[in-house]
Design a binder for this molecule. Structure first.
Ligand code: 0O2
Length: 221
């Protein structure tokens, strides 16, 4: 291609990636509304923190190459569905499903895929709930329906995944079984922590609920 064609390609690619930023913003707004409204009604915030990113061109090119795709925006749009990505870190496992249900119920969201790596963890122990949702984006001259990847996990799952990523990032050799076993054992520890915290949360909630019922009763009589 000549210089002019390259410049036109850059403009097209920038516009393409920008539309994913808009899709990301739309879904982020929805999540923040859910978070604020839920906190207000239930006096409880199920979300510890939220991270989001649009894939960098380098990382996008690397994925196109890794998947052996040809460089057409239409192909990229259909085959790479994590150009816009959101990670929601929740307090308890039950919060993950509550957030996921609230999001999936919204009328302008279409769920393209739901992978539950909590019920079925990956062989290395990775746990998380992954949704690919599609959202309409309205621009000056067109309307696009774009996918956004939403990963929902607990603090323990997030800690495990980010440390695992640090340890194994760009580790291309075969990993000895002793190491994979140890890694899986640490994931089991994280899962155990989540289950115990969930039990404590449920128990304390039921005590709080009993207290509330008792104090209502005292007030009436
Ligand atoms: P990054 O840098 O986080 O974006 P695909 O998305 O098409 O490559 P797949 O297998 O359908 O393939 O996706 P999947 O299983 O839904 O997982 C995609 C993302 O989940 C990854 O994105 C990671 O963010 C996260 N993930 C999945 N498995 C693991 C794991 O074993 N360890 C950790 N730390 N994270 C994981 P990317 O694009 O690989 O990376």
């Amino acid at each position: 291609p000549n210089l002019q064609q390259l410049k036109a390609l850059k403009v097209e690619l920038t516009r393409f990636i920008m539309s994913y930023k808009f899709a990301l913003d739309e879904v982020l707004t929805k999540i923040n509304i859910l978070k604020e409204e839920f906190s207000h009604i239930h006096d409880y915030n199920p979300i510890e923190h939220i991270k989001s990113r649009v894939k960098s061109p380098e990382s996008l090119f690397e994925k196109i190459y890794r998947k052996g795709l040809n460089f057409s925006l239409e192909t990229i749009k259909h085959r790479i569905r994590d150009i816009a990505g959101i990670r929601i870190v929740c307090s308890f496992t039950s919060d993950i499903y509550a957030i996921s249900d609230m999001l999936q119920k919204q009328k302008d969201i279409t769920v393209l895929e739901c992978k539950d790596y909590i019920k079925s963890p990956k062989p290395n122990g990775y746990q998380s709930l992954h949704l690919i949702v599609e959202i309409p984006v309205f621009m000056s001259d067109r309307e696009e329906h774009l996918p956004v990847e939403v990963q929902i996990r607990t603090v323990a799952m997030d800690t495990w995944a980010s440390l695992e990523h640090k340890i194994f990032y760009k580790f291309n050799k075969e990993v000895p079984k002793r190491i994979t076993d140890e890694l899986k054992a640490t994931a089991d520890l994280a899962a155990d922590l989540d289950q115990r915290m969930e039990r404590l949360h449920t128990e304390v909630n039921s005590i709080k609920h009993l207290d509330e019922v008792e104090s209502d009763f005292t007030l009436e009589f």
